[in-house]
Design a protein around this ligand. Structure first.
Ligand SMILES: *Cc1c(COP(=O)(O)O)cnc(C)c1O
Length: 325
């Protein structure tokens, strides 16, 4: 049923209990799924999407990949690594202007051999078509991966992730009631939603919005909606949903993309100092804060089994913009 993929990572990623934090929150059992350990040049959730996207590019006989993101894009860093493995030329369009010193993901993308273009205020792929026209004229066969790898092909990675999760839950004789994760370009949320339908997973998804800005004038809810309905068509599921049915928690994105407040900082320290697990300052720090806030305010029924899906992002910790200490 699923598309073919090009293997890029180590799967299944570990699923385990957060023992100390569960003791600190006696009403809940807390678990974590470790997509920070997918293995692709320090890992992250984009590895799952790229397995399907890179396969598609190779099937279409492309020799060049173009994608885009913020200067500290985890998606772009993992795309650069995937291109190295698949022997594809990689072009990244990154927001901001060329810094004197490369740090974090930007440094890694450069080490991984990507061609890096800086695009000022455009950090969501606004300039992809312009670059594609130039590269087309040079005779390159370009495959465009949209912002965040979020289309139906990339989302397949998370349809497949639900299958993987279900196998782990069966093996561990575990039922998960709620799944928290950071949602930002929408592919993960759409893929998990489709996977829930296809593999009948009963856990409720609680996607935490990380970025309040729209993508080329389109809301995240609409991006997720379109990918889900696209998926229903592809899988011949006789269903179409409305935008009002997209559940996205917007309580924690008000400070803006990439802004680290006391909230993210405290969440990062809490997981690091209780479980020895590192979150990232942009995505997982914010989503984990959201989950802790739900627990503190007792928004979930007592005795719930709650899973945090760690989506990676650690390289962004190693930038001088971070004042975490
Ligand atoms: C991209 C990313 C996300 C969000 O996934 P989307 O599919 O873009 O919504 C979450 N966490 C990290 C670390 C990411 O790099």
């Amino acid at each position: 049923m699923l598309y073919n993929k090009f293997n890029l990572g180590f799967f299944p990623t570990p699923l385990h209990k957060l023992k100390k934090l569960s003791n600190k929150h006696p009403n809940y059992n807390l678990f974590i799924k470790r997509d920070d350990h997918t293995g692709l040049a320090s890992g992250g959730n984009k590895t799952r999407k790229l397995e399907y996207l890179i396969k598609q590019a190779l099937d279409e006989n492309c020799d060049t990949i173009i994608t885009a993101g913020a200067q500290q894009s985890n998606h772009c860093r993992q795309t650069a690594a995937a291109c190295a493995m698949a022997n594809l030329e990689c072009h990244l369009l990154l927001g901001g202007k060329r810094p004197e010193v490369y740090e974090g993901n930007l440094l890694l993308s450069s080490i991984l051999g990507a061609n890096i273009h800086f695009t000022a205020k455009n950090r969501k792929g606004e300039d992809i078509e312009t670059l594609k026209n130039i590269l087309d004229k040079q005779g390159k066969r370009c495959y465009v991966i949209p912002y965040g790898g979020s289309d139906i092909i990339g989302a397949m990675g998370f349809v497949n992730a639900v299958r993987e999760l279900k196998e782990q839950l069966t093996a561990q004789q575990l039922k998960i009631d709620y799944i928290f994760f950071a949602s930002s370009s929408g592919g993960m949320q759409a893929g998990l939603t489709l996977g829930k339908e296809i593999y009948t997973l009963h856990s409720e998804l609680i996607p935490i919005s990380i970025d309040k800005d729209e993508t080329k004038g389109v809301s995240l809810e609409k991006v997720v909606l379109d990918i889900i309905n696209d998926g229903f068509k592809k899988f011949k599921i006789d269903k179409k949903i409305q935008i009002s049915e997209i559940n996205l928690n917007r309580d924690y994105d008000k400070d803006g993309y990439g802004v680290v407040t006391e909230n993210e900082r405290n969440a990062i320290f809490e997981l690091a100092r209780n479980e020895g697990i590192l979150l990232d300052p942009v995505y997982t720090g914010r989503a984990f804060y959201g989950m802790l806030d739900f627990l503190k305010k007792e928004k979930l029924p007592p005795n719930s089994n709650v899973l945090f899906w760690h989506t990676g992002g650690l390289p962004a910790m190693f930038t001088s913009a971070n004042q975490l200490k």
